[in-house]
Write a protein that binds this ligand. Structure first.
Ligand code: NAG
Length: 270
Protein backbone atom coordinates (compact mmCIF):
# COMPACT_ATOMS: atom_id res chain seq x y z
CA UNK A 1 0.00 0.00 0.00
CA UNK A 2 1.57 3.32 -1.06
CA UNK A 3 1.79 6.03 1.54
CA UNK A 4 -0.26 9.18 0.97
CA UNK A 5 2.87 11.22 0.23
CA UNK A 6 3.88 8.83 -2.57
CA UNK A 7 0.42 9.19 -4.08
CA UNK A 8 0.65 12.96 -3.89
CA UNK A 9 4.06 12.84 -5.59
CA UNK A 10 2.73 10.56 -8.33
CA UNK A 11 -0.22 12.86 -8.89
CA UNK A 12 2.03 15.93 -9.06
CA UNK A 13 4.36 14.19 -11.55
CA UNK A 14 1.42 13.36 -13.80
CA UNK A 15 0.20 16.94 -13.55
CA UNK A 16 3.62 18.28 -14.54
CA UNK A 17 3.88 15.87 -17.48
CA UNK A 18 0.40 16.93 -18.61
CA UNK A 19 1.32 20.61 -18.37
CA UNK A 20 4.58 20.11 -20.27
CA UNK A 21 2.92 18.24 -23.11
CA UNK A 22 0.26 20.93 -23.26
CA UNK A 23 3.00 23.58 -23.63
CA UNK A 24 4.66 21.43 -26.28
CA UNK A 25 1.67 21.47 -28.56
CA UNK A 26 0.55 25.03 -28.00
CA UNK A 27 3.30 27.42 -26.97
CA UNK A 28 6.44 25.78 -28.34
CA UNK A 29 9.10 24.96 -25.81
CA UNK A 30 12.30 26.29 -27.30
CA UNK A 31 15.88 25.54 -26.28
CA UNK A 32 16.61 29.24 -26.71
CA UNK A 33 16.10 31.84 -24.02
CA UNK A 34 14.14 34.96 -24.91
CA UNK A 35 15.98 37.48 -27.10
CA UNK A 36 17.14 40.91 -25.85
CA UNK A 37 16.51 43.27 -28.75
CA UNK A 38 15.66 43.51 -32.46
CA UNK A 39 17.89 44.52 -35.37
CA UNK A 40 16.09 45.78 -38.46
CA UNK A 41 18.54 44.81 -41.20
CA UNK A 42 18.29 46.88 -44.38
CA UNK A 43 20.02 46.23 -47.71
CA UNK A 44 21.32 48.84 -50.14
CA UNK A 45 20.26 47.49 -53.59
CA UNK A 46 22.86 49.63 -55.40
CA UNK A 47 25.57 47.56 -53.70
CA UNK A 48 23.90 44.17 -53.42
CA UNK A 49 22.66 44.14 -57.03
CA UNK A 50 26.18 44.60 -58.38
CA UNK A 51 26.82 41.01 -57.46
CA UNK A 52 23.94 39.78 -59.63
CA UNK A 53 24.98 36.81 -61.76
CA UNK A 54 21.58 35.42 -62.56
CA UNK A 55 18.07 36.69 -63.08
CA UNK A 56 14.79 35.08 -62.14
CA UNK A 57 11.27 36.34 -61.63
CA UNK A 58 11.65 37.02 -57.92
CA UNK A 59 15.04 38.79 -58.01
CA UNK A 60 14.29 42.52 -57.62
CA UNK A 61 17.75 43.37 -58.98
CA UNK A 62 16.33 42.27 -62.34
CA UNK A 63 13.42 44.69 -62.45
CA UNK A 64 15.27 47.22 -64.61
CA UNK A 65 13.93 50.71 -64.06
CA UNK A 66 11.54 49.37 -61.43
CA UNK A 67 14.35 48.01 -59.29
CA UNK A 68 14.42 49.38 -55.74
CA UNK A 69 16.39 52.60 -55.23
CA UNK A 70 16.03 52.84 -51.44
CA UNK A 71 17.13 50.60 -48.62
CA UNK A 72 14.99 47.47 -48.67
CA UNK A 73 14.31 45.09 -45.81
CA UNK A 74 16.62 42.15 -45.20
CA UNK A 75 14.95 41.01 -42.00
CA UNK A 76 13.96 41.76 -38.43
CA UNK A 77 16.38 39.81 -36.30
CA UNK A 78 16.06 39.04 -32.59
CA UNK A 79 19.51 39.33 -30.98
CA UNK A 80 21.23 38.89 -27.62
CA UNK A 81 23.21 41.67 -25.95
CA UNK A 82 26.35 39.52 -25.96
CA UNK A 83 26.52 39.64 -29.77
CA UNK A 84 25.03 36.19 -30.40
CA UNK A 85 21.50 35.40 -31.53
CA UNK A 86 18.91 32.67 -31.39
CA UNK A 87 17.90 30.87 -34.59
CA UNK A 88 15.21 28.43 -35.66
CA UNK A 89 13.20 28.69 -32.47
CA UNK A 90 10.13 26.68 -33.44
CA UNK A 91 9.02 24.28 -36.12
CA UNK A 92 6.59 26.76 -37.63
CA UNK A 93 6.91 26.31 -41.40
CA UNK A 94 6.55 29.35 -43.65
CA UNK A 95 3.17 29.47 -45.40
CA UNK A 96 2.77 32.14 -48.07
CA UNK A 97 -1.01 31.99 -47.71
CA UNK A 98 -0.75 33.53 -44.26
CA UNK A 99 0.72 36.72 -45.72
CA UNK A 100 -1.27 36.95 -48.96
CA UNK A 101 -2.66 40.36 -48.01
CA UNK A 102 0.88 41.73 -47.58
CA UNK A 103 2.45 40.40 -50.78
CA UNK A 104 2.42 43.58 -52.85
CA UNK A 105 4.07 45.54 -50.03
CA UNK A 106 6.57 42.76 -49.43
CA UNK A 107 7.47 42.57 -53.13
CA UNK A 108 8.21 46.26 -53.09
CA UNK A 109 9.92 46.75 -49.73
CA UNK A 110 11.20 43.29 -48.80
CA UNK A 111 12.25 41.73 -52.09
CA UNK A 112 14.86 39.09 -52.61
CA UNK A 113 17.96 40.60 -54.22
CA UNK A 114 19.23 37.30 -55.56
CA UNK A 115 18.03 34.08 -57.15
CA UNK A 116 19.46 31.92 -54.40
CA UNK A 117 17.32 29.65 -52.26
CA UNK A 118 18.50 30.11 -48.69
CA UNK A 119 18.25 27.20 -46.34
CA UNK A 120 15.46 27.08 -43.84
CA UNK A 121 15.56 25.42 -40.48
CA UNK A 122 15.06 21.74 -41.16
CA UNK A 123 17.61 21.62 -43.97
CA UNK A 124 15.27 22.29 -46.89
CA UNK A 125 15.63 25.25 -49.25
CA UNK A 126 13.07 27.99 -49.32
CA UNK A 127 12.34 31.51 -50.39
CA UNK A 128 14.01 34.55 -48.85
CA UNK A 129 10.86 35.16 -46.79
CA UNK A 130 10.69 31.55 -45.60
CA UNK A 131 14.29 31.80 -44.43
CA UNK A 132 13.70 35.08 -42.58
CA UNK A 133 10.58 33.80 -40.83
CA UNK A 134 11.80 30.34 -39.91
CA UNK A 135 15.33 31.26 -38.92
CA UNK A 136 14.79 34.66 -37.28
CA UNK A 137 11.08 35.42 -37.02
CA UNK A 138 10.27 32.37 -34.92
CA UNK A 139 12.72 33.68 -32.29
CA UNK A 140 10.85 36.96 -31.80
CA UNK A 141 8.35 35.24 -29.50
CA UNK A 142 6.68 36.45 -27.28
CA UNK A 143 6.80 39.97 -28.80
CA UNK A 144 5.75 38.61 -32.20
CA UNK A 145 3.58 35.52 -32.14
CA UNK A 146 3.03 34.37 -35.70
CA UNK A 147 4.17 34.70 -39.29
CA UNK A 148 1.63 37.33 -40.32
CA UNK A 149 2.52 39.44 -37.29
CA UNK A 150 6.23 39.13 -38.11
CA UNK A 151 5.91 40.46 -41.65
CA UNK A 152 3.39 43.16 -40.78
CA UNK A 153 5.39 44.38 -37.78
CA UNK A 154 8.58 44.52 -39.82
CA UNK A 155 6.92 46.55 -42.58
CA UNK A 156 5.51 48.96 -40.00
CA UNK A 157 8.88 49.46 -38.33
CA UNK A 158 10.50 50.00 -41.74
CA UNK A 159 7.91 52.66 -42.64
CA UNK A 160 8.32 54.36 -39.28
CA UNK A 161 12.12 54.63 -39.42
CA UNK A 162 12.81 55.75 -42.98
CA UNK A 163 16.58 55.47 -43.17
CA UNK A 164 16.78 56.43 -46.86
CA UNK A 165 14.89 59.64 -46.11
CA UNK A 166 17.07 60.55 -43.13
CA UNK A 167 20.24 60.01 -45.16
CA UNK A 168 19.03 61.92 -48.21
CA UNK A 169 17.96 64.87 -46.04
CA UNK A 170 21.51 64.94 -44.68
CA UNK A 171 22.88 64.98 -48.25
CA UNK A 172 23.77 61.29 -48.47
CA UNK A 173 22.17 60.25 -51.73
CA UNK A 174 22.98 57.48 -54.19
CA UNK A 175 26.09 58.37 -56.19
CA UNK A 176 28.92 56.47 -57.79
CA UNK A 177 31.36 59.35 -57.56
CA UNK A 178 30.76 60.77 -54.08
CA UNK A 179 32.47 59.33 -51.04
CA UNK A 180 30.78 60.09 -47.76
CA UNK A 181 32.31 60.05 -44.28
CA UNK A 182 31.02 57.00 -42.44
CA UNK A 183 30.84 59.11 -39.29
CA UNK A 184 28.47 61.50 -41.06
CA UNK A 185 26.13 58.70 -42.06
CA UNK A 186 26.15 57.31 -38.52
CA UNK A 187 25.54 60.80 -37.06
CA UNK A 188 22.60 61.45 -39.38
CA UNK A 189 20.90 58.28 -38.08
CA UNK A 190 21.84 59.10 -34.47
CA UNK A 191 20.38 62.59 -34.78
CA UNK A 192 17.14 61.31 -36.27
CA UNK A 193 16.54 58.24 -34.10
CA UNK A 194 18.76 58.85 -31.04
CA UNK A 195 20.49 55.52 -31.45
CA UNK A 196 23.63 54.24 -33.19
CA UNK A 197 23.18 51.97 -36.19
CA UNK A 198 25.59 49.35 -37.46
CA UNK A 199 26.84 49.81 -41.02
CA UNK A 200 28.15 46.89 -43.07
CA UNK A 201 30.22 47.45 -46.20
CA UNK A 202 31.41 45.51 -49.20
CA UNK A 203 34.74 47.19 -49.91
CA UNK A 204 33.99 50.91 -49.89
CA UNK A 205 30.29 50.44 -50.55
CA UNK A 206 27.53 50.43 -47.95
CA UNK A 207 25.80 47.06 -48.22
CA UNK A 208 23.64 46.98 -45.09
CA UNK A 209 22.51 49.27 -42.36
CA UNK A 210 21.10 47.83 -39.15
CA UNK A 211 18.84 49.81 -36.89
CA UNK A 212 18.37 48.34 -33.43
CA UNK A 213 15.20 48.45 -31.39
CA UNK A 214 14.04 47.55 -27.91
CA UNK A 215 11.22 45.07 -27.59
CA UNK A 216 8.77 47.98 -27.65
CA UNK A 217 10.32 49.05 -31.00
CA UNK A 218 11.93 52.22 -29.68
CA UNK A 219 15.42 52.68 -31.17
CA UNK A 220 18.52 51.74 -29.16
CA UNK A 221 22.22 51.45 -29.92
CA UNK A 222 23.12 48.36 -31.93
CA UNK A 223 26.24 47.64 -29.98
CA UNK A 224 26.49 47.90 -26.24
CA UNK A 225 29.51 49.91 -25.14
CA UNK A 226 30.97 47.18 -22.91
CA UNK A 227 31.44 44.98 -25.98
CA UNK A 228 33.12 47.82 -27.89
CA UNK A 229 35.45 48.48 -24.97
CA UNK A 230 36.27 44.80 -24.74
CA UNK A 231 37.18 44.93 -28.43
CA UNK A 232 34.63 42.24 -29.22
CA UNK A 233 32.85 44.31 -31.85
CA UNK A 234 33.35 47.61 -33.58
CA UNK A 235 30.52 50.13 -33.67
CA UNK A 236 31.66 51.04 -37.18
CA UNK A 237 30.98 47.59 -38.56
CA UNK A 238 33.12 46.54 -41.50
CA UNK A 239 33.39 49.92 -43.25
CA UNK A 240 36.32 52.17 -44.11
CA UNK A 241 36.31 55.86 -43.09
CA UNK A 242 34.79 56.98 -46.39
CA UNK A 243 32.04 55.01 -48.08
CA UNK A 244 29.84 55.12 -51.14
CA UNK A 245 26.13 54.57 -51.71
CA UNK A 246 26.35 53.26 -55.28
CA UNK A 247 23.65 53.93 -57.82
CA UNK A 248 21.72 50.87 -58.97
CA UNK A 249 22.70 49.70 -62.44
CA UNK A 250 20.43 47.40 -64.34
CA UNK A 251 21.75 43.89 -64.00
CA UNK A 252 23.30 41.93 -66.80
CA UNK A 253 21.09 40.14 -69.25
CA UNK A 254 18.41 42.79 -68.95
CA UNK A 255 19.92 45.78 -70.67
CA UNK A 256 18.42 44.98 -74.04
CA UNK A 257 15.27 43.25 -72.87
CA UNK A 258 14.08 45.91 -70.45
CA UNK A 259 12.43 43.01 -68.70
CA UNK A 260 10.23 44.27 -65.91
CA UNK A 261 8.33 41.72 -64.00
CA UNK A 262 4.78 42.46 -62.92
CA UNK A 263 4.13 41.74 -59.28
CA UNK A 264 1.40 39.24 -60.13
CA UNK A 265 3.79 36.92 -61.97
CA UNK A 266 6.27 37.15 -59.13
CA UNK A 267 3.62 36.02 -56.71
CA UNK A 268 2.56 33.15 -58.94
CA UNK A 269 6.12 31.94 -59.16
CA UNK A 270 6.31 31.69 -55.39
C1 NAG B 1 10.99 57.19 -47.39
O1 NAG B 1 10.97 58.55 -47.66
C2 NAG B 1 11.04 58.88 -49.03
C3 NAG B 1 11.08 60.39 -49.13
O2 NAG B 1 12.36 60.81 -48.88
C4 NAG B 1 9.85 58.32 -49.76
O3 NAG B 1 9.97 58.57 -51.14
C5 NAG B 1 9.76 56.84 -49.53
O4 NAG B 1 8.58 56.32 -50.09
C6 NAG B 1 9.79 56.51 -48.04
N1 NAG B 1 9.89 55.09 -47.87
C7 NAG B 1 9.03 54.41 -47.15
C8 NAG B 1 9.27 52.96 -47.09
O5 NAG B 1 8.11 54.92 -46.54
Amino acid sequence: MASPSVLVMAFLSLLIIALLSFAGTNGEVSKWREFDYFALALQWPGTVCRGTRQCCSYNACCRGSNAPSEFTIHGLWPDYNDGSWPACCSHSRFDIKEISSLLSALEKYWPSLSCGSPSTCDGHKGTFWAHEWEKHGTCSYPVIRNEYDYFLTTLNVYFKYNVTKVLSEAGYVASDSEKYPLGGIVSAIENAFHASPLVVCSGNDVEELRLCLYKDFKPRDCVVSSLVQAGAVSSKGSCPKYVRLPVYVSSFGLRNGGMTIPVSSVIESL
